[in-house]
Design a protein around this ligand. Structure first.
Ligand code: ZN
Length: 249
């Protein structure tokens, strides 16, 4: 099976469209999403409609749940909080019911999806270091675990017998076509962010996983950043949310 793994779409229609076109070119059969379909960008309803129309499995992100009151947005910074409030007012009953129905974790062989970490999926902790990657890999019942939330793409390969992180791949050239050892190792993989990359590369990020071929590829896709920025400014969302898209931070 060949999957496209998306995360942190954040209501960025132009980025989502570009990523889906690239996924179609890669001939993926199914779609997975590690959460945060909405928040920050100006196109929450269009992104939700598109996501619901795909053969896609998605878990909840903190922004998705904040829009339906399942996460307290008072903990968000002011930009994120005002985006949640702006988004909530624009969603249909169907959109809200869909976001409310999302679970914090999904498991199916050979993979698990979670937005933050597996230690406590409903807390949305940031997986930022080797110790947390190791912990999540060891908790995972499947050889592959996809995470999101930090908007930083990486592949961590764990040897569960030691246990230790054997390889941490996060440079752009390292995360292309990574061969997977699905018998001997476990993996924690962040596909990066579709709609608001924060690793200094403004291009949209997502992963293609091939479970027969046993490889994963993190791809970067150029998209129409200027249009996404214009819509954010015209919507009256904080201008900083538009500015950061140009620098990928
Ligand atoms: Zn996010």
């Amino acid at each position: 099976m060949r999957y496209a793994v998306l995360g942190d779409i954040h209501s960025n229609w132009e980025a989502l469209e570009a990523v889906l076109a690239e996924a179609a070119r890669a001939e993926v059969q199914r779609y997975l999403c590690v959460g945060d379909i909405v928040g920050y960008g100006a196109d929450p309803t269009a992104c939700l409609k598109q996501v619901r129309g795909l053969p896609l499995t998605v878990v909840a992100g903190n922004h998705d749940w904040a829009c339906v009151g399942k996460v307290d947005a008072d903990w968000f910074n002011r930009y994120a909080r005002s985006a949640v409030e702006w988004t909530r007012e624009r969603l249909s009953f169907t959109d809200l019911a869909f976001l409310r129905s999302l679970r914090a974790k999904h498991e199916e062989k050979p993979l698990t999806l979670v937005h933050g970490t597996l230690r406590c999926p409903e807390k949305f902790d940031y997986l930022f270091d080797v110790a947390q990657a190791l912990e999540t890999a060891l908790i995972s019942k499947t050889p592959l675990c996809f995470v999101g939330h930090t908007h930083y793409p990486f592949v961590a390969e764990v040897d569960p017998r030691v246990p230790a992180v054997r390889r941490l791949l996060n440079a752009p050239e390292e995360v292309q076509h990574v061969t997977l050892d699905l018998e001997g190792a476990k993996y924690v993989i962040n596909p990066g962010s579709v709609g608001q990359p924060r690793d200094g590369d403004p291009r949209a990020s997502f992963a293609v996983l091939d479970t027969e071929g046993r490889w994963v590829d993190i791809l970067r896709v150029p998209y129409d950043i200027a249009t996404a920025q214009r819509k954010i400014r015209e919507a009256g969302l904080p201008p900083m949310l538009a500015d950061r898209l140009a620098v990928g931070q």
